[in-house]
Design a protein around this ligand. Structure first.
Ligand code: GDD
Ligand code: MN
Length: 375
């Protein structure tokens, strides 16, 4: 049998080309997905579309609800990720699963107004743009559904981002956009799976990206609750810092370094308190307690922040902590060894000290990424 005849037998007849993949990250959105699909179906009538839900194994059974719908609706797919969490990473994986000409990302809770999707698609199909960002902060847009405090945070973050990165986006915090899949594919290696701000990451990942905006009204959540929290705010700072170094510093490394710096502060504070409140303790014992507390807080912070998407639990957490201490001790010896060697070669004391610390941090980071929070 020739190859051509095998092909002719096994290749299904070509169907309609999929124009648009909707990528929808979900975490505990069981009460929203059916309504969202119903609305997409109405709005996208006449467009060949599909929806790729990326669910991080939601305890409320969102994936089950989706798979139930998908049994009878081939446009719906649910990618269930186990053991990982993160909005940006979920969006990236969903977009990678698309083979459509255009991909859009939107929230599952109906806060993003789906009725602007056809207008966004038309802008891309005009061929003039690579990315269309939905925005609340231009004429015709609206974000008044935000609570007063959340509204303030959003506007402040928007201003800081615009100042620091000089982005042309009026709403860089938006999680609602559509783009040419080919543009996305080109930039994948430069995107970070950490945090909430996937649009900002994408819009700044490639020089010369042609960006249009689309005004929309930010609605209220249909069901369930927001997953936004302090930690996500801090992660956002990491993304900003990384962008400011033109991506030369990985946000993960920035978090690792920030956590390291908090460790120094914790160490000094505990040391001070121990000497103050526990006069019977010797200097060495107080220092050992302080170092132990700082190591533990560093480990836990790295587990919940730096490596949030690879978080260790149960026995893995204990094993990870032991490894972290062992690598940390080796790192400290390297640090001290290098500093003293440089110092002997008549270097200025702080250059020697700093060089030692930098090598120590790099070592700890490399070991943590490769052996403790490995993928
Ligand atoms: N897979 C996955 N994993 N999805 C997640 C995760 C996660 O860890 N965290 C949140 N999501 C999903 C939610 O289920 C929802 O569909 C969407 O991401 C947005 O999450 P919300 O919890 O509703 O966030 P929000 O409304 O507070 O923030 C939204 O609005 C902001 C506007 O300022 C997001 O769209 C932000 O990106 C946006 O900046
Ligand atoms: Mn929301």
């Amino acid at each position: 049998m020739t190859l051509a005849s095998i092909d002719a037998k096994t290749t299904p007849p070509a169907g309609q080309e999929t124009v648009l993949s909707m990528v929808i990250p979900t975490y505990n959105e069981r009460g929203n997905v059916a309504e969202l699909i119903r609305r997409l179906d109405l709005t996208l009538a006449g467009i060949s579309w599909e929806a790729i839900f990326v669910d991080d194994n939601s305890p409320d059974g969102t994936a089950d609800a989706l798979k139930q719908i998908a049994r009878t609706d081939p446009r719906i797919r649910c990618l269930r990720r186990v053991g990982r969490r993160g909005l940006a990473g979920a969006c990236i994986e969903g977009m990678l699963a698309s083979s459509a000409t255009y991909v859009a990302v939107m929230d599952a809770d109906l806060q993003h107004d789906e009725t602007v999707l056809p207008a966004m698609l038309a802008k891309l199909q005009s061929g003039q743009y690579d990315l269309v960002a939905a925005t609340r902060y231009v004429d015709g847009g609206d974000a008044s559904s935000f609570s007063a405090s959340r509204g303030k945070i959003s506007r402040l973050a928007t201003k800081i981002t615009q100042r620091l990165l000089g982005t042309e986006l009026s709403d860089p915090m938006s999680g609602f956009f559509m783009m040419r899949r080919a543009s996305f594919d080109e930039m994948v290696p430069r995107l970070s799976p950490v945090g909430f701000k996937i649009l900002l990451d994408i819009a700044t990942a490639k020089e010369g990206l042609r960006i249009a905006e689309q005004a929309y009204t930010f609605g209220t959540r249909f069901d369930g609750e927001s997953k936004f929290n302090m930690q996500i705010g801090i992660e956002f700072l990491g993304l900003l810092l990384s962008k400011m170094t033109n991506g030369h510093l990985d946000p993960r490394f920035i978090f690792f370094a920030i956590v390291g710096a908090t460790g120094i502060a914790v160490n000094l504070i505990i040391f001070y308190l121990a000497l103050l409140l526990w006069p019977a303790a010797s200097f060495e014992v107080a220092k050992a307690v302080a170092t132990g507390v700082a190591m533990t807080s560093n480990f836990l912070l790295n587990n919940s922040l730096t490596y949030r998407d690879r978080r260790l639990k149960g026995l893995g957490l204990v094993r990870g902590f032991i490894g972290f201490c062992v690598f940390g001790a080796i790192g400290a010896f390297t640090d001290i060894g290098l500093a003293s060697q440089l110092h002997h070669q008549h270097e200025v004391w702080w250059v020697a000290g700093l060089a030692g610390s930098i090598v120590g941090v790099l070592w700890n980071y490399a070991m943590s990424s490769m052996f403790i929070w490995r993928t």
